[in-house]
Structure formats: C-alpha cells, structure tokens
Design a protein around this ligand. Structure first.
Ligand code: ADP
Length: 464
C-alpha cells in the first residue's frame, strides 16, 4: 500500500514511542515490585527476630512466662505490617497475644482480626490469606514456647500500597506521555516531510517546464540541501538545453530560408517566363541548391560530432605528422589564393587522440584562416607541448574578429557581419564542430583576435 512520507514517519514514530512507553515502565514496575518485596520481607523477618529476642529476655528473667511482664509489652513487639502476635507454651497453650488496633475496614483482614475471639486459633478461616509465620522461643537452649506472627500480605503492606499507587499514577503518566509523544511525532513528521514534499513539488514543476519555480527553496537538512542544489543544477541544465534546442531550430530555419527563397524565386521567374532559363541562371539556381545540401551535410556533421563523446576512439597518434598532413592538404588552396601557409611543428609529438576528428578540427581552423585572410597574407600552423599539454595554434593575418563577436564565434550558426557579406563565407558551423571535437577530447579551444590585424585560434589537448 502506498502512503505519504509523513504517514510513514508518523507510524514509525508512534510505534517506537508505544514500544518504549510500554516496555520501559513495565520493566521499572517489575523491578520495583521485586525490590520492595525483598526489602519488606527482610525487614519483617528482622522485626520478628527482634520480637523473639524480647520474649526470650522476658522468659530468661524469671524462668517462666511472667504474665505481668508480658502485659507491660502492650503490643510493642508489633511492628508494621505485623498485626497479631500470639505466644504459646511448648504444649501449644496460648499464653499471651498482642493485636494491633485497626481502624474499621481500613485494611483487608482487619475485620477478621477484630472478630477473632480471645484464644482463637490462627488456623481459622481466612487467615491463610494473610502472611503467617511461627518462630520458636528458647531459653538456655530449651524450648520455652513458640510465637506466631500474623502479618498483612505484601499487597496490603505500606510498600505494597505504595507500589499500587505508584503503578496507577504511572498509568496516567504513560497515557499523558503517549499523547504528548504522538503530538510531538506528528509535528516532527511534518517538519521532516514538508521540505521533502516541497522538493518533490519543485521537481514536478521543473518537469512541467517551470525551471525557476521555488527558486528560493532551502533546507537546514544537509542531504535535502544537496538534493535541492542537484535539482536546481539539473533544471538549469535542462533550461539551457531547451534554449539551445529552440535556438538551433530557429537558426536552422533562418539559414535555410534564404537559399530556399532564392531557389523559389528563380523557379517562379522561369515558370512565369520572366526569366529565360539560360545555362548561367540555371547554374545560379543549382549553386543555391548546393549551398542547401552543404548546409544539411554540415548540420549532420555537427550532430554526429556533438555526440562524439561516445563515438570518439582514442589511439596513440603522431600529432606532428597529423598537422603536417593537414597543412599539406591545404597547400594548393593557399597557393591559389596567394596566402602563405607556414609551419612551426615540433616533431614526434604523440597523443592519445581520435586522429580523424582532430584533423577535421585543425582543417576547420586552416579553412577559416584562408577564408578570412586576403591575398598576400600569411597563416602559421604551430604544434608543440606546453606544460604537459599539446597545443595546436593557427595564426592568420586576416580580417580579424570584432571584440563584440569573439565570445560567440563558437556558437552554431554564428557569423560576424563581415563574414556574412563575404561571398566565401560558410554557414557558421565550422567552429562549433571544432569546439565539440576538442571538448570530446577533454580539451579546450580559444580565440584571440584584433579586428583588421588577424586572429589566433589555439586548441589545447590534455596528454593524460
Ligand atoms: P563559417 O563557416 O562561417 O566560417 P565558423 O563557425 O567556422 O563558420 O566561424 C564562425 C564565424 O567566426 C565566421 O563566420 C567568422 O565570422 C568568424 N571567424 C572564424 N574564423 C575566423 C578567422 N580566422 N578570421 C576571422 N573571422 C573568423
């Protein structure tokens, strides 16, 4: 059966409280009862022996039972809970007896004593209810008589009555404590369950897309605070992803719109006869279609690289020859644009890397450097080790990047105004791909640039 955390905690608290409240007082009561009984019977025995001693002294004085000496005792040998002492000679004849005067009905058994006639035997009906004992009285090692004691049973003794009262008070106390404990349990269950409920409410709000609901939620409980912080981090990650997804969709739509519009207008012009479909015009239209296909291919490439975290395969790679090969691939293109491609490549730099992907990242930088560097400019590809990491740097003397654009150039589809107007411009995905590849290698890429002077892109890859 499913139940709320508050109910669960309440049940647990109450069960614990009930067990404690029933077991502990029951134990205490049992222990007290035993101790009191022991104490009470020890004391009774002591008192009875004291009474025997007094009687032995009286007998010892005269050598017979002196009635007047006995009557002077007037029951002084009766100590609570003894209520009746009877002295018999060795033959069993009653010599004297002492009774405790009882308030009428004050004690169980008191009536019986009052009703008991002079000389009546202890063995009468009902007496066995009381505690009875008999002790011999000796004088000069000769039996001088025996004395019978009648005492109230433990339950009617002072200790017994005290215990009874104590137990009944304890029951009320337990009842009261139980009630208090249940109330406290209820409050405690609320105190602990409320923040958990708030956290779960917060999580469900996030699930509905309200990422900033309950932003100020806090807890004094460390584990809950950790949970809240994790959920908040999760929420901001989700929000970021959501934001990226929306932006990506609108960027793609935006990027696709212009070639599609151009193609459409060209085809409509052909259809309406406004334009003759000359080879030149058809070529223009096909170029736009090529642009579209290129964009789609780039988007596919980015998507595949962005999930490279999983697909990346690290192998011992000679980074020096990788850089050389990448540069060699670009040599003809650079030469045709009259841009010099210089190399500053340290030899034998080895690294565990995905060679294919890293080469793609470097080629993106070399392609950009060429694209944004005018005739007679120069580009330098450097590679080496620095503080244990491997760096790959592409420096150009090109158009540079305005300071305001620098933070965004690694974003998908981001292009500076200048590159938008250049016929040779890409679609703004190359650097996003480079960044994704480098990050999949746990590395980083940064750009430094001065508008009109040139740019430097540095990839840093950790060796470990
Ligand atoms: P693109 O395909 O448009 O080159 P990238 O993602 O490779 O897209 O680059 C994003 C933008 O960053 C470019 O449009 C350009 O504005 C700028 N950029 C990249 N590399 C350079 C460079 N070497 N010099 C100047 N601007 C650059």
């Amino acid at each position: 059966m499913k139940r709320s955390i508050r109910t669960q905690m309440l049940i647990q608290y109450v069960v614990i409280v009930i067990i404690c409240m029933l077991v502990i007082p029951a134990g205490i009561s049992k222990l007290l009862d035993r101790q009191f009984r022991l104490f009470s019977s020890d004391r009774l025995l002591e008192d009875q022996h004291e009474a025997v001693r007094v009687l032995e002294e009286i007998y010892g004085r005269e050598g017979y039972w002196d009635k007047s000496a006995l009557s002077e005792l007037r029951g002084d040998i009766l100590r609570w809970p003894m209520i009746h002492v009877a002295l018999y000679d060795p033959q069993g004849a009653l010599i004297a007896e002492f009774r405790r005067p009882m308030r009428h009905g004050s004690m169980r058994g008191a009536g019986m004593i009052n009703n008991m006639g002079e000389g009546q035997n202890f063995a009468g009906n009902g007496w066995n209810e009381l505690a009875m004992s008999e002790l011999p009285v000796f004088s000069n090692k000769k039996l001088a008589g025996k004395v019978r004691f009648l005492s109230l049973p433990f339950n009617d003794s002072r200790e017994g009555l005290f215990l009874k009262k104590f137990n009944s008070h304890m029951k009320y106390a337990i009842g009261l404590m139980l009630l208090t404990a249940v109330i406290i349990s209820f409050v405690m269950a609320n105190v602990i369950s409320r923040p958990i409920l708030n956290v779960s409410k917060m999580a469900s709000m996030i699930g509905k897309g309200r990422y900033h609901a309950d932003e100020g939620l806090k807890s004094d409980i460390i584990e809950l605070q950790i949970l809240i912080d994790s959920i908040k981090r999760l929420a901001s990650g989700l929000e970021e992803q959501e934001e990226l997804r929306k932006r990506l969709m609108s960027d793609i739509a935006h990027e696709l719109r212009s070639p599609v519009a151009i193609i459409k207008s060209h085809l409509e012009a052909f259809e309406d006869g406004v334009w003759e479909p000359t080879g030149e015009r058809i070529k223009l239209t096909v170029e736009e279609i090529d642009r579209l296909s290129k964009m789609i291919a780039e988007i596919e490439r980015l998507t595949s690289v962005e999930s490279a975290d999983n697909g990346i395969s690290l192998e011992s790679t000679d980074m020096s020859s990788l850089a050389e090969k990448a540069a060699a691939t670009f040599d003809p293109l650079y030469r045709s644009k009259s841009v010099v491609l210089k190399r500053e490549i340290e030899s034998n730099v080895m690294l565990a890397a995905d060679a294919g992907r890293i080469r793609q990242a470097v080629e993106n930088l070399l392609s950009n450097a060429l694209r944004y560097t005018d005739k007679d400019g120069s580009v330098t590809l450097s590679l080496g080790r620095s503080e244990g990491d491997v760096y790959i740097r592409v420096t150009d003397t090109g158009i540079g990047i305005p300071e305001k654009d620098l933070p965004y150039i690694f974003e998908r589809f981001y292009r500076t105004d200048k590159s938008r107007t250049r016929s040779s411009g890409g679609i703004g995905i190359g650097l996003a791909i480079t960044k994704a590849i480098v990050e999949a290698h746990r590395g980083s890429v940064k750009a430094e640039s001065r508008e009109g002077e040139g740019s430097t892109f540095t990839i840093t890859l950790p060796s470990a």
